[in-house]
Ligand binder design. Structure first.
Ligand code: PNS
Length: 166
């Protein structure tokens, strides 16, 4: 069956930082489930279907990646798809506390599932979906932070004109 990992998140929307982590994960695992959480954030900008579609379009042709969504406990989802590993990106010390808590809670819930942290390229250290939404909403150029399809979706959703790209 090969090695399977789950990379869960809100992905509201997917950014180049997420894509960098996924690319690294695909070098380590035979299959990586990019799993969009249905219940992570109460007021997301994009619907689950939109987030899944943007992730799929951003990774068209990538081998070993499956984009999916899940509801409820992450460890249950991981078990269901046969994954023993949960991947999370770690950008800075500020991420650590929440990630530490989540990893240990998931371990308590299912000791067979291990969390592995991957660090994105240093140029993405400052990047987050929240900041990208804020910059895009204020009319800033986000073309180097997200795939073009996501930039277009952001501008459409937020009612602003595209700033960057070709
Ligand atoms: O991109 P995010 O918002 O940091 O992702 C958080 C996410 C979706 C990974 C986390 O909220 C999650 O795993 N939710 C599923 C519910 C769950 O299993 N909770 C227990 C672990 S703390």
């Amino acid at each position: 069956m090969g090695t399977i990992a789950v990379y869960p998140g809100s992905f509201d929307p997917i950014t180049n930082g997420h894509l960098d982590v996924i690319r690294r994960a695909t070098k380590m695992f035979d299959r990586v489930y990019v799993a969009v959480a249905r219940n992570a954030e109460k007021t997301p900008l994009f619907s689950v279907a939109e987030r899944v579609a943007l992730a799929k379009q951003s990774m068209r042709g990538w081998p070993r990646v499956v984009v999916d969504d899940f509801e409820g406990l992450l460890v249950r989802y991981a078990r269901r798809v046969g994954a023993r590993v949960v991947i999370r990106g770690l950008r800075a010390v500020s991420d650590f506390e929440f990630e530490f808590q989540m990893a240990l809670m998931n371990r308590r819930l299912d000791p067979a599932i291990e969390t592995i942290f991957l660090m994105p390229k240093d140029e993405y250290t400052f990047l987050s979906s929240r900041v990208v939404k804020e910059v895009a909403g204020l009319g800033g150029d986000v073309s180097s932070f997200v795939p073009r399809i996501v930039e277009s979706a952001l501008c459409q959703k937020l009612g602003v004109r595209r700033k960057g790209g070709v």
